[in-house]
Design a protein around this ligand. Structure first.
Ligand code: GAF
Length: 391
């Protein structure tokens, strides 16, 4: 069987037959075990990099052009280096899949002395909530800095990748995905404080549990979903609380005990959003505690609670995902399950005892097929290293 490097190079040569001296990088997707929609509210989150990747192959050309090709898209992209910073090019790129690597080339501020041919070969599903956009952006930046021999701290690279989402894709995402993708470590999750960007690596006992994702098949795109709306609602809630005397900088600075007072201050919608954010932050800290004490059942319960809150208070779930979580809760050996990522579609994440993974997969697939008349994609994930060079 061909190695992944052979496959990636063959794919590159299909698009760029004259290429030589390819450099290859692997950029993982991420799961978020718990801590949803709190990375832009000053919360601590609990994500991990996984074993599904976007492989980035890059070679130099003498044409003064940067080209992009992908195993996921038929159309390719190209931009002359001299036009990289022109508003017209940026406007055009906005509508293309390659807006992310293009934005990375622009924001890296590298002075390109030759053209580059990029190809992306993906084992990471797009639009399933595993953060393919952060993976391709972080991966492209990493490849650029590596090729040009420039040093950059992981945190600065993650912030630059976040900027690409904000300025080029128009999504005001938090920093969780980029930080998880660049800082991931095999067998570990990250406890990431999104206020000071400190990361603690927490070992996860992979001999006892697996994280299994079930894709609802309902395409989630942060560009089109209510993600920015939720962010605005949280900002409004924060300003209202500050005006009524709370000396806080982020919603997550409130404690769970503040919720009673907050209910009397905020209007209905803003209260519900704040309720989710503040209670979710509390759950992350409890989860970290329980998982380190190997209290898997207690840790798992927090995942179910997280889902209830995402569905009822943050209103980012959809009926199919609510049902998928319900099915998971009825299966023996499932510690917890919830919607993962931005929401409005995408995946569920379930924490499943190792012995029960096969049974879980079969049962969920049957129920899903019966309901939707199609088979779901199911991904068992291991926790892996962050973006790195493989050749
Ligand atoms: C998406 C965003 F990109 C993250 O920053 C985060 O807010 C997540 O949705 C929700 O927790 O993945």
């Amino acid at each position: 069987m061909d190695s992944i490097t052979d496959i990636v190079v063959a794919h590159h040569r299909e698009h760029f037959p004259k290429s030589s001296d390819c450099a290859i990088f692997a950029s993982p997707g991420r799961i978020n075990i718990i801590g949803e929609h709190i990375d832009y509210n000053g919360g601590t989150v609990f994500p991990a990099a996984i074993d599904k990747h976007i492989y980035i192959c890059v070679s130099r050309n003498n044409d003064g052009i940067i080209r992009f090709a992908s195993s996921n898209h038929k159309e390719t992209g190209e931009v002359a280096i001299k036009n990289l910073h022109t508003p017209y090019t940026q406007e055009h790129a906005l509508r293309m899949w390659w807006v992310y690597p293009f934005g990375a080339c622009v924001l890296s501020n590298i002075e390109f002395e030759s053209g580059l041919d990029f190809s992306f070969y993906s084992t990471l599903p797009v639009g399933a909530g595993m953060s393919s956009s952060a993976s391709i952006t972080v991966g492209t930046l990493y490849a650029l800095y590596s090729l040009y021999d420039k040093k950059i701290k992981n945190t600065d690279l993650a912030l630059q990748a976040q900027r690409v989402e904000w300025d080029f894709a128009g999504v005001r995402c938090g920093i969780m995905d980029q930080m998880a993708i660049i800082n991931g470590k095999k067998g570990h999750a990250l406890m990431l404080n999104t206020q000071n960007l400190e990361c603690r690596l927490i070992p996860v006992d992979t001999a006892a549990v697996r994280f299994v994702l079930v894709n609802s098949g309902v395409k989630h795109s942060l560009r089109e979903s209510g993600y920015n709306d939720r962010r605005r609602e949280c900002e409004r809630a924060l300003i209202m609380l500050q005006k009524s005397g709370f000396s806080i900088q982020h919603l997550c600075d409130c404690s769970i005990d503040d919720l009673t007072t907050i209910q009397n201050i905020l209007p209905h919608t803003e209260y519900r959003r704040a309720y989710h954010v503040i209670s979710e932050h509390h759950r992350v800290l409890q989860f970290a505690d329980e998982i380190q004490k190997y209290n898997l059942s207690k840790a798992g319960e927090l995942l179910f609670k997280s889902h209830q809150s995402l569905s009822a208070y943050y209103e980012v779930s959809i009926p199919l995902i609510d049902e998928m979580v319900e099915w998971a809760s009825e299966i023996d050996g499932v510690y917890g399950s919830r919607l993962m990522g931005g929401g409005f579609g995408g995946c569920t994440i379930s924490m499943v005892a190792l012995y029960a993974v096969e049974h879980f997969t079969k049962t969920i697939a049957q129920k899903f097929k019966k309901k939707e008349n199609r088979m779901p994609e199911i991904y068992e994930c291991t926790l892996e290293d962050g973006t790195h060079r493989i050749e």
